[in-house]
Design a protein around this ligand. Structure first.
Ligand code: ATP
Ligand code: MG
Length: 391
């Protein structure tokens, strides 16, 4: 018997003729990660399950933990592979029961018999294995309605797999299966969550961060780099663009109405993000906005923001409360980084009384006081790009 990790595919299973396209993307991602893990591994795909076997130097628990971050994987099971006969299955269960149960005492057995020639039916396999587990003196009870662990026996073509039912994976679709988008990534809590939510649907994401040196510093930028790195660990890679909006902000301060600062700046951000997106092949912009969260995110403000660009703008957090966004930020590992206290360019020039019902006319009138194209072009020239590889 050999320790294995099984990856159960999620929504991909519903795909029709182009299923292999999605499967291949996922397989490539898994193999890239395995190559980076040290040790020898081989992969074998059948019946919506990818089986990972370890060779020399393999660390199957580390593999399982890493694979939980791969989009497209619905669940990750650590278990054992053995010969396809009841003696071998019993021996495997007896040898590894505590590990498979992970401290749980209420269990049930589940049998998946994809090889229909196997002499025992699923109910018989479950009864046999359940009786064996009860006889081990581990203080176990069978609970078919509310088990803590489903000890699972899969009878496959070549072998049998025995595992503890698995843990939830990241879900979603394999990265790269749904195009590319440009995330406006600030150092805040919301935008990394927005990026994660879009990336989960198979979209490759790049980021653009706007800074205002010398008002914002190196630490604020490092914080955004570390947020981008956290996202890249899920997607595999991310290009983070940094653009300076200092001149834009100073010009807006001199020439425009203070109550519209944030919105005028947001429109510049959208334009610059769109330029970056077009240059790098992104088909949409993504922001962390949520209706009504702050003055620049009222319905009218969002409408005015969108008017500055022609690419579609996705806002996955649009209907989430701050509390709900925070729960997600903690789950994906960005919350603690976002909570670091460094200044964002928006907070440097925050109007005291922002306009919550801006009209396009007053925005356009304010923009007519500055040279929008020249300011955007000069800001775009400050663009620097950092390539982040997932770890
Ligand atoms: P966040 O956690 O996203 O910063 P927030 O509540 O601070 O949320 P705002 O500052 O109003 O939101 O910004 C709204 C959205 O605009 C952000 O979610 C982000 O997508 C974009 N944005 C704001 N500031 C920047 C910035 N400095 N660089 C890049 N994008 C930004
Ligand atoms: Mg912010």
């Amino acid at each position: 018997m050999k320790k294995i990790v099984l990856l159960k595919y999620g929504e991909l299973v519903l795909k029709g003729l182009n299923r292999s396209y999605f499967d291949n993307l996922l397989l490539r991602r898994v193999r890239t990660l395995l190559r980076g893990m040290g040790g020898a591994y081989e992969t074998d795909y059948a019946q919506s399950t990818l089986c990972i076997r370890g060779g020399e130097g393999a660390d199957m628990d580390a593999v399982a933990a890493r694979m939980k971050k791969v989009f497209g994987v619905a669940s990750v099971c650590v278990g054992y592979e053995c010969e396809k006969d009841m003696d071998a299955i019993r021996q495997t269960l007896a040898a590894h029961a505590p590990e498979l149960l992970g401290g749980a005492t209420r269990f049930k057995c589940v049998a998946k018999r994809s090889d229909k020639r196997f002499p025992l039916g699923s109910p018989e396999i479950c009864a046999d294995c359940g009786a064996l587990l009860l006889s081990l003196g581990l203080g176990l009870t069978v609970d078919v309605l509310d088990p803590e662990v489903c000890v699972t026996i899969e009878i496959r073509d070549r072998a049998a797999f025995v595992h503890g039912g698995g843990e939830k994976g990241a879900g979603g679709m394999p990265t790269g299966s749904n195009g590319r988008a440009m995330l406006l990534l600030s150092g805040g809590i919301d935008s990394p969550v927005a990026g994660y939510m879009i990336a989960k649907r198979g979209v490759e994401i790049d980021g653009v961060y706007f800074e205002s040196p010398p008002y914002t510093g190196e630490q604020a930028r490092e914080k955004v780099v570390s947020l981008a790195q956290t996202l890249a660990n899920y997607t595999g890679r991310m290009y983070l663009n940094t653009v300076s909006v200092t001149e834009i902000q100073e010009t807006l301060m001199q020439k425009c109405d203070e109550k519209l600062f944030t919105l005028l700046l947001r429109r510049f951000m959208m334009r610059l993000a769109e330029r970056t997106a077009r240059l790098t092949g992104s088909a949409a912009l993504v922001t962390g906005e949520s209706v009504g969260q702050v003055a620049s995110q009222t319905m009218s403000a969002l409408g005015v923001t969108d008017e500055a660009v022609s690419l579609p703008v996705f806002r996955p957090c649009i209907g989430l409360d701050k509390e709900e966004i925070i729960v997600r930020a903690r789950q994906i590992g960005t919350f603690d980084i976002s909570s670091l206290p460094y200044e964002d360019c928006c907070t440097v020039f925050t109007p005291r009384h922002p306009n919550t019902r801006p009209t396009l006319e007053e925005i356009l009138e304010n923009e007519s006081r500055v040279d929008v194209d020249a300011l955007a072009a000069r800001a775009f020239e400050t663009r620097r790009t950092l390539r982040l590889e997932g770890k």
